[in-house]
Ligand binder design. Structure first.
Ligand code: PEP
Ligand code: MN
Length: 263
């Protein structure tokens, strides 16, 4: 059902009026983890001033170590919703447990399925049974074919509002945290009718590579880019090496606009 052969036209996912996949490129930004109301508000306000409304933030965090910050859980979703209501923004946040999906739909506009859960089939079926749009990230070691089949699980259960997100794959290369598979973008656009996004933060793991990889993503035809922004990355509770601070975020946007890659 996600195949171009089944449907030739592009799927456009409507996020409270802001459309993803309609030909205009979108930016999804916000902190890695929700840490406090003040932290989310500061980033969201800077985004809103630049005309961005798609706010991401993690409340349920899939951390490699059980001793690392695990996220604020439901309280994090409450903070995101409060900020989004105040600033008229759209919330994207990850859910890891199928049992949390129903609850999360009351707080978020888009449910993110993280890389580590791309093949959590019960979770895919559960988000498939709701109408809430889904941002599905590519698994750390998933082939493009496995990625497409994961999206198929969601659509097969009734939810067509799916955005695919390339976020880097695991290779032997250690210069970056993962290897951004940029050619996945045109392949996914050819093979499926779904919008395709690129997460430059988790694919590179390097702040200095966010801008060039975002340009590459937009130039190659991605429908949007995801990147993380934190008021003070040095003290961030997760992903401190790759989040932009607010002046860096503003410079990032300006640079994308100057090249004409982002309007
Ligand atoms: C995230 O976007 O917050 C995240 C954890 O990314 P990924 O699942 O791609 O590692
Ligand atoms: Mn992160």
């Amino acid at each position: 059902l996600v195949s171009r052969k089944k449907k030739a036209e592009d799927t456009v996912v409507d996020l409270k009026g802001e459309k993803v996949g309609d030909g205009q490129q979108r930016l999804i930004m916000g902190p890695c983890s929700v840490e406090s109301y003040e932290q989310v508000y500061e980033v969201a306000k800077a985004m809103k001033e630049q005309g961005l409304t798609l706010l991401r933030g993690g409340a349920f965090k899939p951390r490699s170590s059980p001793y690392d910050f695990q996220g604020l859980g439901k309280e994090g979703l409450e903070i995101l919703k409060q900020v989004a209501d105040e600033l008229d923004m759209t919330v994207i946040s990850e859910v890891m447990n199928p049992q949390d999906v129903e609850m999360a739909t009351k707080y978020v506009d888009v449910i993110q399925i993280g890389a580590r859960n791309m093949q959590n089939f019960d979770l895919l079926k559960e988000v498939g049974s709701h109408n809430t749009p889904v941002l599905l990230k590519r698994g750390l070691s998933a082939t493009i074919d496995e990625f497409i089949k994961a999206a198929e699980y969601i659509i097969a259960n009734g939810n067509e509002n799916i955005m695919l997100c390339e976020r880097g794959i695991r290779t032997y290369e250690k210069a970056t945290r993962n290897t951004l598979d940029i050619s996945a973008v045109p392949i996914l656009k050819q093979e499926t009718h779904l919008p395709v996004l690129v997460d430059v933060t988790h694919s590179t793991g390097r702040r200095d590579l966010l801008e060039p990889t975002a340009k590459a993503a937009l130039a190659i035809g991605a429908d949007g880019v995801m990147a993380e922004v934190h008021p003070d990355p040095a003290v961030a509770l997760s992903d401190s090496a790759q989040q932009m601070d607010i002046p860096q975020f503003q410079a990032f946007l300006e640079s994308l606009r100057e090249t004409g890659l982002y309007k």
